[in-house]
Design a protein. Structure first.
Length: 495
């Protein structure tokens, strides 16, 4: 049976804005109704900005963010000089520029007695029966790295899709935000055999295949043969084809070559019927485009690797890794997340399978100096119940992404869904409960498991990273509301 799926909206993963706390005069001591009112105003601004920024993640949203960052007077933060597609600080998170210019964010414990009021705010909410039989929570001040709150902080629990935070952090650390995944076409010396070679880009679409076919046909124009043999190579991946949950509409079979995530409908996100032959389907579609470009293929496309003497005649590059990370987080995209785990494995010289991904991702997290006792990264998407992480790890990863010393991790922040407006948070949070537009968080949902990890700016202007994990839940909707109340309390709670 398929696990419950987090259904995303059609909004892009980020929204243009600025230092909202500064622009709206948000200061310490703001009470709940003021927070709610400000949230509503900011929410409207975010909604309008989302429409303007709509488009591919590497052109629409990121361009809007860069333009806003250029227009605003910077007081801190970090960016990639010389990299026009490099990540910028999350513009829709209030006071994020100030937070990013603050000291480093090592995950230090707060001094005894620090933020006692935070315990008064969160402790009663954590006792909500809707949160099941086990729950854990951690809150970190990203500017100082101090742990302001912790309950069951180091207890390994099933994270569901919040494990994508770990996956994306590892991929960005291993490859950098500007990395692009190639799909190539190689031709034999006599130009009579061409091979479509997958590099692991799950977002390869029909337009990209058509462009590859056109470029290939141009390169083959000197060939005298009336037709070519077509091969396809998906050998960049190894190991089991199916995710441990088996054939499922939430994820396609693992393949280094696939068209539109193996979807058999026109959808771009969420569950969908999936092909059992992603590579073969992509090759057959490519053959059709070759024919339209004037190149006839002899017989059916067949699996095979290109000869060592072959040469590349056409190349398509995916969106930058920064854009893939944002899309994976905003829409909780399982296929992209698994691809990122395998790309991390390839970069580490590991086999591009589940085991290699686990080893490579874990090694990258260890390099960040974060607590890994009891942690098990079984997959990249969070669909595997064997995944175990701690609230301390998730909050620590988000704090690292806000650290000026790690600008390569910034897309993890910009990719988090915005409360009430984008991705898997589009239908959560209302003006009545507060938090709309202020909270950015990755959601997690499996049967009996609910989680939420993200960032929020409190009434002092501090950018807080939080992680809330719950298991043994029996009513998903009520559990989500309870998690949302916790995050809202962080931003609106009296200090």
């Amino acid at each position: 049976m398929a696990e419950p799926v987090e259904r995303p909206s059609t909004e892009p993963p980020g929204t243009p804005g600025g230092s909202i706390a500064a622009r709206l005069g948000v200061r310490g001591g703001v009470n709940d109704w003021q927070f709610t009112a400000v949230s509503a105003v900011v929410g409207l601004a975010l909604a309008a900005g989302a429409v303007l920024a709509a488009g591919p993640w590497d052109s629409g949203q990121r361009k809007a963010e860069r333009d806003r960052a250029t227009a605003a007077e910077r007081t801190g933060g970090a960016h990639h000089a010389g990299d026009p597609d490099g990540p910028a600080p999350a513009p829709s998170a209030p006071a994020v520029l100030a937070a990013l210019s603050a000291p480093g964010t090592g995950a230090k414990n707060a001094p005894a007695g620090a933020d006692r009021d935070l315990r008064a705010v969160l402790d009663p909410l954590l006792k909500n029966d809707a949160l099941g039989t086990r729950r854990a929570a951690v809150v970190i001040d990203t500017a100082t790295g101090e742990r302001l709150y912790g309950k069951g902080a180091d207890a390994p629990m099933t994270p569901a899709s919040t494990v994508k935070i770990a996956t994306t952090v590892a991929a960005l650390g291993a490859l950098g935000p500007a990395h692009r995944i190639p799909t190539t076409v190689r031709a034999s010396e006599d130009l009579r055999t061409v091979t479509l070679v997958g590099g692991g880009d799950p977002t390869l679409d029909k337009a990209a295949l058509r462009a590859l076919a056109t470029e290939t046909a141009r390169a083959l124009k000197t060939a005298k043969a009336p037709s070519v043999r077509l091969r396809y190579d998906a050998s960049a991946y190894s190991g089991p084809t199916h995710h441990p949950i088996g054939p499922n509409e939430n994820i396609a079979p693992m393949s280094a070559l696939m068209l539109n995530e193996g979807r058999q409908d026109d959808s771009a996100k969420g569950p969908a019927p999936r092909t059992e032959d992603p590579a073969g389907d992509a090759a057959r579609a490519f053959a059709g485009y070759l024919g339209k470009a004037g190149v006839t293929t002899k017989g059916a496309a067949a699996p095979g690797r290109p000869a060592k003497t072959s040469r590349t005649v056409a190349t398509h590059l995916s969106a930058p890794l920064s854009g893939l990370v944002e899309r994976a987080l905003t829409n909780s995209d399982n296929d992209i997340a698994e691809a990122l785990a395998r790309q991390t494995a390839i970069a580490a010289g590991q086999p591009a399978d589940f085991k290699g991904g686990r080893r490579a991702v874990t090694a990258r997290l260890k390099a960040l100096g974060l607590p890994l006792k009891g942690v098990n990264i079984a997959d990249g998407s969070g669909l595997d119940r064997a995944d175990k992480v701690t609230a301390a790890l998730l909050a620590g990863l988000l704090a690292r992404a806000a650290d000026p010393a790690h600008p390569e991790l910034r897309p993890v922040l910009t990719g988090l869904p915005v409360a009430g407006f984008s991705g898997t948070l589009s239908s959560r949070y209302t003006s009545a409960t507060g938090g709309t537009g202020f909270i950015r968080a990755k959601t997690g949902t499996l049967t009996g498991v609910n989680s939420l990890a993200g960032t929020v700016v409190d009434t002092r202007g501090r950018l807080l990273a939080f992680a809330f994990l719950a298991s043994g839940t029996t009513a998903p909707t009520e559990a989500q509301k309870a998690l949302d109340e916790l995050a809202t309390a962080l931003g609106a709670g009296k200090r």
